[in-house]
Design a binder for this molecule. Sequence first.
Ligand code: ZN
Length: 316
Amino acid sequence: MIVDSCMDRNKGKPVALEYLEQLGVDVATCVKLVVATHWHNDHTRGIREVLSQALEARFVCARAMRREEFSTALGFAREPTHAPLRELESAWELMRTRAEGMMWASANRTLLKTGMATVTSLSPGDEAETRSLEEISRLIPDLGSNRRREVSHTPNQLSVVLWIEHEHGSVLLGGDLEREKDPRLGWQAIINSTERPEGRAAVYKVAHHGSANADDDGIWEELLESRPAAFVTPFRCGLKPLPSVEDRERILARTSRLYIAARPDLSRSVRRDSVVEKTVRFVAGRLKATEGDMGQIRYRSESDTIETFGPAAQYP
Ligand SMILES: [Zn+2]
């Protein structure tokens, strides 16, 4: 299974393909699922290319969609300008030519069962789906739109969360799902679910790059073992790089086994002479850090070992 995609800028190739090729895995026959957790650039870059190589894979997307994704997927949107929607459009187009077809992730749905592992999606839940239908129905003007409430989701609110049970334990992949006020949505819906797979995970891909709005006591107390291995991917393109120092401290209070795939605060580590700094800011107006090298964290379930590559490392 390949979950989400990003590009190795130096090699111009999706990172997952690069990695599996290195291991000698035949992507065309061995990959059974390609999952797009949600439609944000940092999760979808190159996913169409991944799909085009994974000839036997089914493509998994959240059953609950936003208006934009619905109209793009169904092909009646104007030429999408947003990069993730362009990936969606061509991925969807590609899947129409395949026998395997699409697969829709929703709460507590088994996506794959093999002798080695079972993969279950834990989200989006029923309430997110209900609201998604309401949001989409606004595209149909005849339905008496004045009676319906205005609903609009962010992609993170509809993110797919995955639960993987394997011979030696379980893994929780948190996507970018956030915490919500309504207990029927977001992480609360998963935590409160009585139908989700039993047991606790020993490994957690921390939701939404470790940000506070995606963290909930219930994740640590109900879904995870004590002192799980926590893996965080940094996000540097926002106004505030994630995970922040506070985010890292908050996660460290839960487990000392925290790993980060690359340095989150790359931009801040650059120190320039104050005159140079002033001139650069005067000329450029706004500065943004480049992405830097890709790091990797590898967890092996049989041996329960964690290895890091490139700038990835245990924190602190
Ligand atoms: Zn993200």
